[in-house]
Design a protein around this ligand. Structure first.
Ligand code: ATP
Ligand code: MG
Length: 180
């Protein structure tokens, strides 16, 4: 039985994540998805709460066809202890899928088998690029599954991102006062 582990921040969940998870589901029997930096939200780089990200993921993977466990993982800021931290929260797993060099290194040092999935059109399908498009009012909806569009609509997520990305240096005309 292969229970695979996959971790990301999913700010937001996008078609790159979806592509990789659909490939993993072709071989793994169960998948655990760790929602990293779970404690963070309402920041320009981390606009969505762990619960909102869980809605995006479970909604997008309703038809994946194998058991799926989505668990929040808070940061501990101690890389040497991080694998033990993950293991203390997640159901047991025997294989990790990740392309993140730090995640790969930490699991490999702990003796866990790691596989590195191929990237899916990475330039466009990246959380950073999607947040940039949301801020600029550019199209982003084609880069995420329909459930993610629904969740972001439900929570008015684009307006939130814009609001929290402002600073308090704008005067009443909306002009930024850079002298401060
Ligand atoms: P951000 O730009 O906010 O860091 P991200 O797109 O890198 O967002 P993460 O949540 O940081 O998304 O990444 C989770 C995992 O998904 C990482 O292992 C990352 O390498 C992988 N990943 C991200 N984009 C893609 C993609 N387009 N194709 C395949 N894997 C991806
Ligand atoms: Mg990333």
């Amino acid at each position: 039985m292969t229970r695979a582990f996959y971790i990301g921040r999913f700010q937001p969940y996008h078609n790159g994540h979806q592509y990789v998870l659909e490939r993993i589901a072709e071989t793994a029997e169960e998948i655990i998805i760790g929602v990293g930096s779970a404690q963070l939200s309402h920041e320009s780089g981390n606009p969505f709460t762990a619960g909102e990200r869980i809605l995006m993921i479970t909604g997008s993977l309703k038809e994946i066809g194998i058991p799926l466990y989505v668990i929040p993982i808070e940061d501990i800021k101690r890389n040497a202890l991080w694998v033990a931290h993950v293991r203390s929260m997640a159901p047991p797993f025997d294989l990790v899928y990740s392309s993140n060099p730090l995640v790969m290194q930490l699991f490999a040092e702990a003796g866990v088998r790691v596989e590195s999935p191929a990237m899916y059109a990475r330039k466009l399908h990246s959380g950073t690029e999607i947040r940039r498009r949301m801020l600029k009012g550019e199209d982003w909806e084609h880069l995420v599954p329909p459930s993610v569009i629904r969740v972001i609509g439900e929570i008015d997520g684009v307006a939130r991102l814009r609001k929290i990305s402002q600073n308090d240096c704008a005067d009443e005309s909306g002009q930024e006062d850079r002298s401060l």
